[in-house]
Design a protein around this ligand. Structure first.
Ligand code: NAD
Length: 304
């Protein structure tokens, strides 16, 4: 532990948090609630104000945020943003101290995670890829699944932080493994949402009480966390994100590309990837991924 560690809690590392969006804001707030000293940087001023209101410290740049940190956590949209915040003179690798543990919780390509870990070693910085599943609700409730790639001792060092953010926390293998598991997660979630959306349109057109039908379905083998979490989105046509179609489009690209690289066929996943891409092309990229329902409705004759 460095001399920069949180003085009120000498056993807790000082944390820098980069990327305070839908996920990063509630996650960083859970760390603050657990007693961590969190300094954050993100692009939106209102998110920095939210961090300050929650008891964190707002920084004016990445360099300022990471300078005195023991642990740097990143939660930005995709590989290009991870590369933008990690590399270059203003980036994390140039400005964090040797010995820092960098935990990237964004969902990105496994190769980007592998490359980042290699570049960081040259600066004496250790890296874990630690993408999450559970959505905004899971972030708020600190019940995320966290899939980790990297070294065993770095994982053990990060475990108290992960415990403050999630419930199911697993080291999946070396660098990039967390991202590979997350890609599989996104495949399962997209296909599951698509199946639920098709069932919703089928049930409504058949004149069945949708709320009653979804309740009983969710109690049987067709039940899922997707159905539990997204049922009200379907019932109320409430597609406020949540998890944006734009981000799921990115993830379907990651999983189809990674699967092709290892010779795994994803026939259903490939179709759902096209449906996600089509929804985005129709201007729905900013909606929650439960808006896959709109795509099925359009295919079934609705003018939306
Ligand atoms: P978001 O768009 O709400 O937030 C991203 C944040 O990154 C923004 O606040 C933005 O300011 C910040 N950012 C981007 N570039 C930056 C830069 N150069 N410097 C500093 N900050 C920068 O996205 P989100 O929904 O919170 O998702 C973040 C990651 O988590 C994505 O990889 C996503 O796939 C993944 N994820 C999201 C969910 C979800 O339900 N939203 C669930 C699991 C995983």
């Amino acid at each position: 532990m460095s001399k920069h560690a949180d003085s009120a809690h000498p056993t807790r590392p000082a944390v820098a948090w980069i990327g305070l969006g839908i996920m990063g804001s509630p996650m960083s707030e859970n760390l603050i609630k657990a007693g961590y000293d969190v300094t954050g940087f993100t692009l939106e001023q209102d998110k920095l104000d939210r961090l300050t209101a929650a008891g964190g410290t707002a920084a004016g740049s990445i360099a300022e945020a990471v300078r005195d940190a023991d642990v740097v956590i990143t939660m930005v949209p995709a590989s290009p943003q991870v590369e933008a915040i990690a590399y270059g003179p203003d980036g994390i690798l140039e400005n964090a101290r040797a010995g820092t543990l960098l935990i990237d919780m964004s969902s990105i390509t496994p190769q980007t995670s592998v490359d980042l870990a290699k570049a960081a070693v040259e600066k004496g910085i250790r890296v874990l890829d630690a993408p999450v599943s559970g959505g905004e609700a899971g972030a708020i409730e600190a019940v995320l699944s966290i899939m980790v790639g990297g070294g065993q001792s770095d994982f053990e060092e990060a475990e108290p932080i992960f415990d403050a953010l999630g419930r199911t926390i697993v080291l999946c293998g070396p660098h990039g493994s967390g991202q590979t598991v997350k890609a599989a997660n996104q495949l399962i979630v997209a296909v599951n949402i698509q199946a639920c959306a098709e069932a919703v349109v089928f049930l409504e057109k058949s004149g069945v009480d949708l709320a009653a039908a979804l309740d009983v379905l969710n109690g049987g083998l067709a039940g899922s966390t997707v159905l539990t979490r997204k049922k009200d989105n379907f019932l109320n046509r409430d597609f406020k994100p949540g998890f944006r179609i734009d981000l799921h489009h990115k993830d379907m690209g990651i999983v189809t590309d990674a699967a092709r690289n290892v010779g795994a066929a994803l026939p259903v996943g490939a179709v759902v990837a096209q449906l996600v891409a089509s929804l985005r092309a129709q201007g729905d990229g900013g909606l929650d991924h439960s808006a896959l329902l709109r795509s099925v409705e359009r295919l079934s004759g609705a003018q939306l």
